[in-house]
Write a protein that binds this ligand. Structure first.
Ligand SMILES: C[S@@+](CC[C@H](N)C(=O)[O-])C[C@H]1O[C@@H](n2cnc3c(N)ncnc32)[C@H](O)[C@@H]1O
Length: 203
C-alpha cells in the first residue's frame, strides 16, 4: 500500500489514544516500573522506510517485540504483504489498547483492502517476549532503547532461535552476536526523538 494511504488509515485508527498515559497507568497498576518498560512509539513514514531495509517479502511473518499499542505491528500489516503480524507486549493494558485498535481495523479498514491484506493474520499477545516462540519470525522488530543489559543479553541469545535468512531490525540497541550478520544502519525518527535502527540477517 502507498505510504500516504497507510498513514491516513493509521492516523484515524489511533486518534484519541495515548500509549504514554496507558503505559504510565499500567506501570502503577502492575508494579513493572523498571527502565525496560519506558514507553515510546514509532512514527509511520520513518518506521515504514526502516522496515523496507529488511526487505519484507510476500507471505512472510513479522514480529514486534514490545508492541505497546500496536503501532509498528499495524503499520507493518498496512505497508507490506506479510501473511501474519504479531505484537508481543508485557503490559496488558497496552495489549488491550492494541486489540481495540485491531477490532476497529477489522470492521472499518480490512474490508476495503486488497484480498492479500484482507487475509493477513494480526495478533497481539500479552507476555514477556523472552518466553515466546520466535522461530516463525521472518522479520522481527525490537524498539529496545530502554532495555537493560540483562534483557539485551537474554534477547540476543533468544534471537538465535530465528531461522537462517530471517532479519532483525533493532532500534536503539545493537545486536552483538556472531549468529547475525550486520546489513545496514539508519537513523529512525520516533515520537520521542531519533534512534539508530540496525538491520541484521540470521546466518
Ligand atoms: C519503546 S516501546 C515500543 C512500542 C512499539 N513497539 C513502538 O515502537 O511503537 C517498548 C515496549 O516494550 C515493552 N516491553 C519491555 N520489555 C518487554 C518484555 N520483556 N516483553 C514484552 N514487552 C516488553 C514495554 O512495555 C513497551 O511497551
Amino acid at each position: 500500500m502507498e505510504l500516504a494511504h497507510a498513514q491516513e488509515i493509521f492516523e484515524q485508527l489511533y486518534s484519541g489514544f495515548s500509549g504514554y498515559d496507558i503505559a504510565r497507568n499500567e506501570k502503577e497498576r502492575t508494579g513493572l516500573k523498571d527502565a525496560g518498560t519506558t514507553y515510546g512509539e514509532v512514527v509511520p513514514g520513518a518506521f515504514i522506510e526502516v522496515l523496507r531495509e529488511a526487505d519484507p517479502k510476500p507471505g512472510e511473518v513479522f514480529f514486534d517485540l514490545g508492541s505497546g499499542t500496536g503501532k509498528a505491528t499495524i503499520l507493518a500489516a498496512l505497508a507490506y504483504p506479510f501473511s501474519r503480524v504479531v505484537g508481543i507486549e508485557l503490559l496488558p493494558g497496552l495489549g488491550d489498547a492494541a486489540r481495540q485498535v485491531l477490532a476497529r481495523y477489522d470492521t472499518e479498514v480490512r474490508p476495503r483492502l486488497t484480498p492479500e491484506h484482507q487475509q493477513q493474520r494480526i495478533e497481539f499477545i500479552d507476555g514477556n517476549f523472552l518466553e515466546q516462540d520466535l522461530s516463525s519470525a521472518d522479520v522481527l522488530f525490537a524498539h529496545g532503547t530502554c532495555y537493560g543489559p540483562e534483557t539485551m543479553a537474554q534477547l540476543t541469545q533468544k534471537l538465535t532461535e530465528m531461522h537462517p535468512g530471517s532479519r532483525v531490525v533493532m532500534a536503539g540497541q545493537t545486536l552483538q552476536s556472531t549468529a547475525f550478520a550486520f546489513v545496514k544502519m539508519k537513523v529512525m525518527r520516533t515520537d520521542w526523538g531519533t534512534a539508530l535502527a540496525a538491520v541484521y540477517q540470521r546466518r
